[in-house]
Design a binder for this molecule. Structure first.
Ligand SMILES: CC(C)(COP(=O)(O)OP(=O)(O)OC[C@H]1O[C@@H](n2cnc3c(N)ncnc32)[C@H](O)[C@@H]1OP(=O)(O)O)[C@@H](O)C(=O)NCCC(=O)NCCS
Length: 150
């Protein structure tokens, strides 16, 4: 397990893009790098010189944190790498004593996170997200569709 550094970014970008999440966001490698550099926790697993798993968390360092971009390369799934990445990110957030650790599970992945200590918020307090396309006013970046939910 390593802290994800600048020289890992190209591999990480490719891995992340393969999930399809960038179909909506359409961010360049340069912007992907900037967004990761701004994250409080950024982890990766490198095997044979290739980044095979990534994960990160954004946080204010005190109250809130949100885990994003947990991805394991297709050829390396089912070997415990996803678990390791999530637990390492959580461990670092706990060491920072951040009070709230949240995430939005992708479709079909909630059970993966439940095994790792997360629980689904009740239906009367669900997560919500702002979507540019449903907003009544406000300027939206051209590339932002609001389709991405991670
Ligand atoms: C979700 C993902 C990160 C899991 O990574 P992985 O390395 O294959 O998972 P692990 O091998 O660490 O699995 C840990 C445990 O969770 C289980 N698990 C994995 N995916 C699961 C799923 N979708 N539903 C239920 N359980 C799951 C595993 O069977 C394993 O169980 P065990 O504790 O009995 O051994 C990986 O499938 C992936 O990258 N998916 C595409 C991107 C994605 O959707 N990421 C999540 C975004 S919210």
């Amino acid at each position: 397990m390593s802290n994800l550094q600048d020289h890992h970014m190209e591999d990480a970008y490719e891995l992340w893009t393969q999930t399809g999440w960038n179909d909506g966001y359409r961010v360049s490698l340069a912007d992907f790098m900037k967004s990761w550099q701004a994250s409080a926790v950024k982890k990766c697993i490198v095997q044979d010189g290739q980044v095979v798993a990534i994960g990160r968390a954004n946080s204010d360092g005190i109250l809130y944190s949100m885990i994003h971009d947990i991805v394991v390369h297709r050829d390396h799934r089912g070997k415990g790498l996803g678990r390791s990445i999530v637990l390492e990110v959580v461990q670092e957030l706990k060491a920072m004593k951040v009070r709230s650790i949240q995430l939005m599970a992708a479709k079909g992945q909630a059970a993966f996170y439940e095994r790792l200590g997360f629980e689904i918020r009740p239906n009367d307090a669900p997560g919500m997200q702002y979507t540019w396309k449903s907003a009544q006013q406000g300027a939206a970046p051209d590339a932002q569709t609001g389709d991405g939910d991670l």
